[in-house]
Ligand binder design. Sequence first.
Ligand code: GDP
Ligand code: GDP
Length: 460
Amino acid sequence: MSFTLAIVGRPNVGKSTLFNRLVGKRLALVDDQPGVTRDLREGEARLGDLRFTVIDTAGLEEATDESLQGRMRKLTERAVGMADACLFLIDARAGVLPADEIFAEILRRKSAHVILAANKAEGAASDAGVLECYALGLGDPVRISAEHGEGMGDLYAALAPLVEEAEAREIEEAAPETDVDVQDDDEDTGPRVPTRAKPLQIAVVGRPNAGKSTLVNAILGEDRLLTGPEAGITRDAISVVLDWQQTPVRIFDTAGMRKKAKVQDKVEKLSVGDALRAIKFAEVVVVLLDGQAPFETQDLKIADLAEREGRAVVVAVNKWDLEEDRQEKLKALKEEFARALPQLRGAPLVTVSALTGRGLDRLHDAVMSAYAVWNRRISTARLNRWLAGMLELHPPPAPGGRRIKLRYMTQVKTRPPGFVVMASNPEKLPESYRRYLVNGLREDFDMPGTPIRLTFRAQG
Ligand code: GDP
Ligand code: GDP
């Protein structure tokens, strides 16, 4: 998880302009259509050698409903909650306005790190406004011009220590995961439900016309529905952040990109490439199938990619509203699933109708449980008791009369769960034995559907 910076401030101070400058062509978000981007957008930012995620809260100003201020405030609070630091923009030409004070107040209460920047500060006309910024009580302002790219060095100087600090902390936190875990307590940590400020990352992938856009819009809710043929363009490579039944999630939508491709024969190619990008970004991948033509070659390819990338996978069969004999169909689907995607054995299979919204609750629950399983940690003591039982039940082979010994086992990582078994002559162990252990782990520790990594290391 990289360092995340939220750009906040009242409408028109230049948030989008700065966002586009930091993110550059990687998102190419030029959006002149008022009111189209109605939620948080994110991009991968570069500033000198710094790499971080940037969240833009712009885009609400065109909405005309009365609750604008409320929504703006809510959006800002959410962005603040997700970010490691906030960049608070003031329009130096306009000076500090009452609306700016409202944002300053939110930030003083909610954000650990605030960088104050006086934008539009090119030229002397902005001097008075820059001075006014000192009165906000948020430290010295950094003078920048998002439009002209001025002051980026000073912005770098203000940001660099925060990014470095966050990275150092991350390495520290990640360290125990990379070691062989030799703790011998008997407690599993069990499924870890996300208790973090950062949203759960979900990608919706599938063939063209499976209903990805319809599904994402259904989850987003009608008030944020993005309509019109241009919608795809503005949402190019954008993830949307929202609360999905009280769970903060970030959904990466690949459908918009495809719609940009005008040339028909580019469509296939683009969609697999996009799917891979989305999968790499995701924690949970929802593979969306068209119920009218499920498990086509491309579906299998996409599902297999998700498994190989080690993501938690949920298979959702869409357009269920068109089915007549649902019982029969579901049975057939399950059989086909088991046959076509044995590597995803036990992954949740849910039926939905993106069009009517039916089944979305089940999809939500399946996503949460897949995520929990993906985070599963099993204690070393339990694993070794389990291993002893497995060995007894079905001892490893003895090539050339010398039995392969499996001595010890431990979980070395989560997300997805990964295990190491210390063994004598592990290279002689047949693949079928590895499968025996993986399937056993899956069943005995209740880890359906998640990719399980099991490797052997030579010892004695
Ligand atoms: P947002 O609503 O905060 O996202 O603001 P925008 O990025 O849409 O910018 C609002 C207006 O300010 C646009 O017309 C920009 O071109 C202009 N603007 C942004 N940055 C600068 C700057 O550094 N200098 C000047 N003079 N104008 C700017
Ligand atoms: P995408 O290419 O995967 O983003 O697919 P779209 O969301 O654009 O949907 C493709 C077509 O399938 C559109 O005509 C949708 O109206 C239709 N569609 C999507 N979901 C459903 C559904 O649950 N039921 C039915 N009957 N049609 C759907």
